[in-house]
Each structure stands twice: as structure tokens, then as C-alpha cells.
Design a protein. Sequence first.
Length: 64
Amino acid sequence: MALQTHHGLEPLYLSCRTAGELIDYNHTDTARLLQIFISEGWLIEIHKGVGTKASKYKLNIDWS
């Protein structure tokens, strides 16, 4: 939520490796966690990253 607040209404880039470091998870578990957030509807994947490119996400919350 802090990253989305920083980016406002714009999508944000987030790699599973960087996110994993921030929450002290390994990157494969973090990738699974991000997929759960997507399947639950909390997170929208705008653009899927490939290789060393991070994916682009947006929180699916009402900002009003």
C-alpha cells in the first residue's frame, strides 16, 4: 500500500526478488504470494515482466 500511495493512481513496477527482500521471503514464495493477491483481486497485473524485468501492478482498491 505504501508503494501504491507513493505512485498515486499510476501502476508500479515490483519484482518478486525485491519484494521478497523487503518482507524477508525468498523470491519464489514471494512470486506465489503476488499470484495469490492477483487471484484474490487485491492486485491487478498490468504488465508481466520477463527475465530481469519487473512486472507492473496496481492495487485494486477504492481511493475515494
